[in-house]
Ligand binder design. Structure first.
Ligand code: AMP
Length: 281
């Protein structure tokens, strides 16, 4: 695996590959890699001749500076994992390399960045769009892989590629979970032992809600999920929204003909976790 920290160097490497007709897969990450990330890389390895992974903790997508500072950074472990999985290139730029000057661009994503994460983390998706558009420009991949754990992010990125008229296929990949159902996340390593034991209630409740929806209407199901999680003293639901999977607009009653997803954000002390569940797809 080759490690590159210069955007110009990576850009010319990829240009050469693309001229030779080599297919390029790309997996952008913020590091502290776990099986969720690795599943994206495996998929890219399968579908492309070369795979490029980026690790960059992007400051512009953090609306909370403490969260940015606390975010786990374990690059030497990450490099070992990437080597063992046959990643071809790792791109690890510095902050100065990615933001030599302030990037003032604004984007219009319609409804997709206004609700849920967008509403609770002001500026988050603008930061995501800034960094992903820069990375797409440098890497110019044929395909880019994103996890459905960040359900709303996938919708925003699809919007971004359309907006910028990019010829990049966005490939959404399923959520990878721990044995007890907890969605894997780099932030999970920040949880205390007690917190870790209690957070599995989030996914358990989401799974159970798929059965509850047969007995309850949509609003009741929503309330049931929030009540069940909030009853646990370690957990505080920030939002639980049941939305149309494509437009992310709120849905008020169960409709089998519509793709419907429930998205949740939960505070566990000063750590914030997200997850989601498909009700109809
Ligand atoms: P991050 O490093 O958190 O920015 O994540 C990088 C990519 O990995 C994003 O596309 C995430 O959605 C994806 N990802 C993170 N956790 C998981 C997971 N548990 N299952 C699948 N994909 C994931």
């Amino acid at each position: 695996m080759e490690i590159v920290d210069s955007r110009n160097v990576l850009q010319s490497i990829v240009k050469e590959f693309r001229l030779q007709g080599v297919s390029v897969g790309f997996v952008p990450t913020m590091g502290a890699l776990h099986e969720g990330h690795l599943s994206l890389i495996r998929r890219s390895n399968k579908e492309n001749e070369i795979t490029i992974v980026s690790i960059f903790v992007n400051p512009t997508q953090f609306n909370d500076q403490d969260d940015y500072k606390r975010y786990p950074r374990i690059i030497s472990d990450d490099i070992e994992k990437l080597k063992s999985i046959n990643c071809d290139f790792l791109f690890t730029p510095s902050k100065e390399e990615m933001y030599p000057e302030e990037d003032k661009r604004e984007f219009d994503f319609g409804n997709t960045d206004k609700v849920m994460e967008g509403a609770h983390r002001p500026g988050h998706f603008r930061g995501v769009a800034l960094i992903v558009s820069k990375l797409f420009e440098i890497v110019s991949p044929h395909k880019a892989y994103f996890g459905e754990k960040d359900f709303q992010q996938v919708a925003v990125i699809k919007h971004l590629t359309k907006l910028l008229d990019l010829d990049i296929e966005i490939v959404p990949c399923p959520i990878i979970r721990e044995k007890d159902g907890l969605a894997m996340s780099s932030r999970n390593i920040l949880l205390s032992e007690d917190q870790r034991k209690n957070v599995s209630l989030i996914s358990k409740t989401l799974f159970e809600s798929v059965n509850m929806m047969k007995l309850l209407n949509l609003i009741e199901t929503k309330e049931w999920v929030m009540r069940k999680i909030n009853e646990n003293p370690f957990l505080k639901v920030e939002y639980f929204e049941i939305v149309d999977s494509e437009t992310l607009e709120s849905v008020i009653e169960w409709t089998q003909s519509q793709n419907i997803t429930g998205c949740i954000a939960v505070h566990v002390g000063n750590i914030r976790l997200i997850d989601n569940i498909r009700f109809y797809s």
